[in-house]
Design a protein around this ligand. Sequence first.
Ligand code: SOE
Length: 385
Amino acid sequence: MSRPLNIGMIGYGFMGRAHSNAYRQVSQFFPREYRPVLKACCARNEDKIKAFAQNWGYESYETDWHKLIARDDIDLIDIGSPNNTHLEIVLEATKRGKMILCEKPLAMNVAEAEQMVAAVEKAGRPNMVWFNYRRVPAISLAKQVVDEGRIGRPFHYRALYLQDWTISEDVPQGGAALWRLDVDVAGSGVTGDLLAHSIDTAEWLNGPIQRVVAATETFVKQRMHQGTGKVEPVGIDDACMFLALFANGSMGTFESTRYARGRKNFNTFELNGDKGSVYFDLEDPQYLQYFKYADPKTGQKIESHLTGWQKVHVTNPEHPYMNRWWVPGCTIGYEHTFINALADFLEGLETGKPTQPDFRSGLRTQKVCDAVLASAKTGQWLDIK
Ligand code: SOE
């Protein structure tokens, strides 16, 4: 017998849709003890949230998130609203004993993230940050490859996260969808929005980053603000590059921008070790590329005239998550990363083992982001504490 898990979704934009889709589909593909029920969604604009509720099948809607949290028939609050709303919602939701799922980045800065971690840990309620890319089967497979010792001693980690949608000076800042360009709402630019993904993946695969040195740039210095109707200074980082030293002794380079003409959601990483390497590219998401140099057990070089990069099509039942989806060769897509993440969270509820990345893990990413932004101001190396 399954048990209902009543969802209260805050926000109806890109992530509101991605999460709602996950709630609707997860139980069909990953039947678990808990079955999400789309109980209520919430946003200030009544016409829009009503239409959203009807479209996605929510039983009801609210226009005030305080009311949503106060409802006894809601078990879990999902925060898909802009970054500057996360803290207040988390503090109130934990007081009411709700479980919380929160969009990335967890917070505007470390100080906020610390308060959020303290609140959820005091409440002792399940929590997770939606770093969905961990649940791309090929990225989960990369983690398996690392854990199996197939990379060996790591030397280099290289991550790129490139987009091109803010190149035009006519793109305004602020308001629906464009709040990511407004520093007061987003906290930062590409560092919190894109590099947070790269950092989460990097630390998951290659362990903690110890030190960083960074440079940022804001190419378009002023943009029309949709809220005030005035041209205002742009406070976000349009592009960010940083060097990283990992605790395991390897070196990392990270680059992110929204000014890479032609790149839409180009999220790649490569990890090179003495025994092997892995490479992933989100624009070719079904594949993990793997270079096998040495036997993971003996460390002996594998002599072969066919040694070279393998392009593994990650669609077989033995691959992460894929036994729940289609037959080998049939691919899954972006939306499935959210369904896979939710399935892991539901499994965590059943087993009692906290699902990662939880808020504490989100705080860790926030620490790296804050250090990157601080280093960009002075050009100095900074330790991650
Ligand atoms: C920004 O354009 C964005 O939508 C991010 O906010 C998401 O986290 C990323 O996955 C796709 O790009």
